[in-house]
Design a binder for this molecule. Structure first.
Ligand SMILES: *Cc1c(COP(=O)(O)O)cnc(C)c1O
Length: 486
């Protein structure tokens, strides 16, 4: 097969062809055996494709065209806030004074970078209503873990060693129970009620002297705002527990409501979601953690602080939980978030929230006649539908998601949260125009009709992609590591 757009790079391989040239060696050659102990050397040469520079360029360009990305199309992945990343962020992150500094430079030679970090902390303090922020954690889950370690340090500093449990609602993002477990806590689940909110009766039942914290997303992953947040905070605080806010998705509350004002003690933010850092693909993220005053002494060190006119890295923190990341966090992502906050301004951020919520409600209403709507009330930045009506016709939510690929859309999040049968979780974000939302809704409605009239076309989708339906578990567990040409 020699259609270069379709062929695997291994199929394009021609023995002896090379895509690189190196200068002639002008130092003595070293034997690998001199560098690595015996048992660590491979027995056979690796089977690498042999191609020219042009072949490899075309290969990667062809692959990139098959990708779904925000710059190529609508990406309504619920709980992930795939919104447009303004290109001005990239320009600023590439400034020499930001991109070419070294983390071991003297403080007095990087005052501008420290000032940016300090100012970003101040902005995030204002946005969240907390008293101090650290920029060290590298992602949302890392922020959760950091926040929970702070809560543990707080309890232990009070001689309170028996707070071993973290309460997590059954609608929570999967990283919440995972972070609690990795931080050494036991996770206790609290149920949602029929309105999709935390069941306060169940919360009263599970809360107690062993409660370290309750972790909550508000709005929750169903896109619903916890209306009883003040009462809920009281229940946890009265028991001596701390309140943790999963602020990965702040698109529904930005400039409208603040976790600090709702009674939360700790919050993490995903700068790579709400604050337009590039997101996905395993690239660097940033998950700053904000805390109330009584948790400040435990923050990771160093803390970026201001002394008179100077910006400093404060290491004098005897109660600190220590470093959670080499150096000072993913600085480049923090530059992008800072640029975004400064270029939007307070009014811009308010408009983000209003449009994100408007867009989600608009789509929810357009789709509500065609898919089941488990919670029929205003949503925030995202909403969930249930495909149970389609399931009765033999078309599962997975099939609907696969069919969307035929129309060039990245599917929404599916089968999460688990409490909704055949769940589809859609988050349009504020950066999409009405025409884009309508085009997507039209396709969703067409797929609902197909499920009734011609279910096979949905069940067997996708039809137009480069490969058909894959075994997703196998793809994750047994990726192709070796290709044998035959
Ligand atoms: C994305 C997300 C996380 C995890 O963030 P990562 O940066 O992927 O670790 C946690 N909670 C919620 C609600 C999220 O949407």
């Amino acid at each position: 097969m020699h259609n270069q757009d379709q062929a695997l790079i291994f199929e394009l391989s021609t023995p002896g062809r090379v895509g690189y040239s190196l200068p002639e060696m002008d130092v003595p050659e070293l034997e690998l055996n001199d560098l690595l102990p015996e048992g660590y050397l491979r027995a056979d040469e690796p089977e690498l494709p042999e191609v020219s520079e042009l072949d490899i360029m075309r290969h990667y360009t062809a692959l990139s065209k098959r990708n779904h990305g925000l710059d190529s199309g609508f990406y309504p992945l619920g709980s992930c806030t795939m919104k447009y990343n303004p290109k001005i962020n990239e320009n600023v992150a590439r400034y020499n004074g930001f991109a070419h500094i070294h983390p071991l430079q003297d403080e007095d030679s990087v005052q501008g970078a420290l000032e940016l970090m300090y100012d970003l902390q101040e902005h995030l303090i204002e946005i969240t209503g907390m008293d101090e922020v650290t920029l060290q954690s590298a992602a949302g889950a890392h922020g959760e873990w950091t926040g929970l370690m702070l809560i543990r340090a707080f309890h232990e500093a009070n001689g309170d060693f028996n707070r071993t449990k973290v309460i997590v609602p059954d609608s929570a993002h999967g990283t919440n129970p995972a972070s609690a477990t990795i931080a050494g806590f036991e996770t206790v689940t609290v149920k949602s009620n029929e309105n999709g909110l935390v069941d306060l009766e169940d919360l009263r039942r599970v809360v107690g002297e062993d409660t370290a914290a309750l972790m909550l997303t508000n709005p929750n992953t169903l896109g619903l705002f916890e209306e009883n947040i003040v009462e809920l905070a009281e229940i946890v605080h009265d028991a001596g527990g701390k309140l943790y806010y999963d602020g990965a998705n702040l698109n529904a509350v930005l400039s409208k409501a603040r976790p600090g004002d709702m009674g939360f003690d700790v919050v993490h933010l995903n700068l790579h979601k709400t604050f337009t850092g590039p997101h996905g693909g395993g690239g660097p993220g940033s998950g700053p953690v904000g805390v109330k005053a009584d948790l400040i002494p435990f923050l990771p060190k160093p803390v970026v602080a201001k002394r008179g006119e100077d910006y400093v890295l404060d290491y004098d923190r005897p109660l600190s939980i220590g470093r959670v990341k080499p150096f000072y966090g993913n600085f480049g992502i923090n530059v992008r978030a800072y640029t975004y906050i400064r270029s939007m301004g307070p009014d811009g951020l308010k408009a983000v929230t209003e449009n994100a919520v408007l867009n989600a409600n608009y789509m929810m209403r357009r789709l509500a006649d065609h898919y089941d709507l488990p919670f029929d009330k205003h949503c925030k930045h995202e909403f969930v539908l249930s495909g149970r009506r389609q399931k009765k016709l033999g078309v599962r939510t997975l099939d609907v998601a696969k069919r969307l690929l035929d129309f060039g859309y990245h599917p929404p999040t599916i089968y999460f949260p688990l409490i909704v049968e055949e769940c589809l979780m859609i988050e349009p974000t504020e950066t999409e125009a009405k025409e884009t939302l309508d085009a997507f809704c039209d396709v969703m409605i067409q797929i609902a009709k197909e499920a009734e009239e011609n279910p096979e076309i949905v069940q067997e989708a996708p039809h137009t992609t480069i490969v058909g339906r894959m075994d997703e578990t196998k793809a994750a567990r047994k990726p192709v590591l070796r290709y044998k040409k035959n």
